[in-house]
Ligand binder design. Sequence first.
Ligand SMILES: C[S@@+](CC[C@H](N)C(=O)[O-])C[C@H]1O[C@@H](n2cnc3c(N)ncnc32)[C@H](O)[C@@H]1O
Length: 379
Amino acid sequence: MGSSANGFAGDRMSTSNGGGGVDKGVDFANYFCTYAFLYHQKEMLSDRVRMDAYFNSIFKNKTHFLGKTVLDVGTGSGILAIWSAQAGARKVYAVEATKMAEHARELVKANNLQDVVEVIEGSIEDITLPEKVDVIISEWMGYFLLRESMFDSVICARDRWLKPTGVMYPSRARMWLAPIRSGLGDKKMNDYEGSMDDWRYFLNETKNYYGVDMSCLTKPYSEEQKKYYLRTSLWNNLHPNQVIGTAAMIKEMDCLTVTVEEILSVEASISSTITGDDTRLCGFAGWFDVHFQGNKESPAEEEVELTTAPSQDHTTHWGQQVFLLHPPSRVQQGDIVNIDFSMIRSKENHRLMEVELGCEIAPSSSKPLAPFKSKYYIE
Ligand SMILES: C[S@@+](CC[C@H](N)C(=O)[O-])C[C@H]1O[C@@H](n2cnc3c(N)ncnc32)[C@H](O)[C@@H]1O
């Protein structure tokens, strides 16, 4: 498991070309390493929403696989490659950067598919295939879709190895944002205040016992703690009744045509109408969905959707990313919330994201309130 401040693993990797000048060794040590653990692969293999979506997308659209060549980008345990072969693929190239490739090879053999599935250990950016493929399948999605920047690697594979008539699995991806209510903001503010109380106690002790006044470090310490407690987005599986306004789409991607350039940043100006009555706007939740639709020439027989939206019955390991407002605002049904959203990659680590949310609340019965802006880190 990764070390995300959010909870779940986090490190779901790639040797991306999108970050420019990425040190592969550092990337491997910080990121790829977690995927080499069966423990981490099991987390993903146990996500029923994820598994059912990929399983159905393959077996309800067997014509895309029957007698075809398939490339599985980041095969991990090999599950998607195995399903592709079981659906009748002629040949499956299963590429995996980590030593998990050895387990995948074992699993393929145990399922008697070694004549169809070829597991290749290496980064997708570095390996060479003997032919172009009909289908690229990959599970590349990180928190809020783009964290981890693994989609760069899938785009690289597509541009190198997909036939002009080829199909992407998944074929479309969308990002969503919606206003929410949550008790998490109060908790995080308490945690922050508690950490500052502790700091003041520490200052006193250090001065009294060791004769050094450290109070000049109060400001940077407070900033560090604020970033950690108040400005880092949180992983959460929200109940749908915590969503208090209409969800707005902030990005849509056609996996067949989108470029790395187009996913380096996400910018959107959106509006949401408050649907909850006399409630607290505590922040915003971001999630994604992907669709398996085939392509124009060869549409899916049965389209499948994988959504990570708040749901009472179907939670995923991705959950939602929550961006908290401090303090929350009182809102009424019919109020409009205008949001300027922007997300870029962190300069220090191209797999992490920085978000800026500009927000203006326009009450249905009075003048708009003063706009405000907040910055967040998806770590
Ligand atoms: C989210 S996991 C999915 C694993 C498996 N396909 C599944 O669905 O259970 C992504 C996998 O892609 C691999 N990966 C990420 N970037 C890669 C790259 N550039 N080249 C090869 N493998 C990569 C990771 O090591 C990891 O095992």
